[in-house]
Design a protein around this ligand. Structure first.
Ligand SMILES: C[S@@+](CC[C@H](N)C(=O)[O-])C[C@H]1O[C@@H](n2cnc3c(N)ncnc32)[C@H](O)[C@@H]1O
Length: 207
């Protein structure tokens, strides 16, 4: 009982509450040390960034998630492992990419199993659009990566079409990827569903 109370109060410190949601955040306020930054957009229960942060203490990890219950779960997971290199912000991911995350600050962006919105009339609610990809391109460092993962084949086609409209992001192979499974990936792989991956690299325009 006592132990879970301690984790709960530490978990509250994992969530970062920006003072002004219209301005880029100061990353020095989030992490004890400057380090390459990875962002998990729609981080769900935080399993993926907690696993990455535990295995890469030399890097910093930021999760963005809009559901309060999932933010709490993610913060508890990070606090339970005493990871000072992982933080979570409760926010809409499109807004975070467009306004909150500083330009040219992210080495790797992960978007794992974004909601597929399978009905045609709901496609407008999908996260991955050319506008979203341009916002991601803005926050990536030169040569930074965006990793998109989905189980939904039609959405995957939509992701490829959106990427084709943003020439600054160039598809690259998925080589050298040794990543933990997210909760949804575990679930889909367990059900035998194929997983589709699109990796895009930010290529700065020639001078
Ligand atoms: C299918 S779940 C995948 C969670 C996690 N990435 C994983 O792979 O286990 C999608 C997550 O994205 C979050 N999400 C969807 N749209 C969002 C938005 N616009 N802003 C923030 N979070 C969002 C949902 O609340 C949910 O937790």
């Amino acid at each position: 009982m006592r132990r879970s109370k301690i984790v709960t109060s530490e978990a509250a410190l994992v969530e970062y509450l920006p003072g002004d949601v219209t301005e880029p955040i100061d990353l020095r306020q989030l992490f004890p040390a400057a380090a390459p930054l990875e962002v998990d957009l729609g981080c769900g229960d935080g399993s993926f960034i907690a696993a990455l942060a535990a295995s890469h203490p030399e890097r910093n990890y930021l999760g963005i998630e809009r559901l309060v219950g999932r933010v709490r779960t993610a913060c508890r997971k990070i606090a339970a492992q005493r990871l000072s290199n992982a933080r979570v912000i409760r926010m809409d991911i499109a807004h975070a990419a467009a306004c909150l995350i500083p330009p040219a600050s992210v080495e790797v962006c992960h978007v794992m199993f974004p909601d597929p919105w399978p009905k045609r009339r709901h496609h407008v609610r999908r996260t991955v659009t050319p506008e979203f990809l341009r916002a991601i391109n803005r926050i990536l460092v030169a040569g930074g990566l965006l990793r998109l993962t989905t189980d939904d084949a039609p959405y995957f086609e939509g992701m490829q079409a959106a990427a084709a409209a943003v020439p600054e992001l160039v598809p690259v192979g998925n080589e050298n990827a040794s990543l933990p499974r997210s909760t949804f990936e575990e679930r889909f792989v367990g059900s035998g569903l194929p997983i589709h991956r699109l990796v895009l690299r930010n290529v700065p325009p020639p001078r």
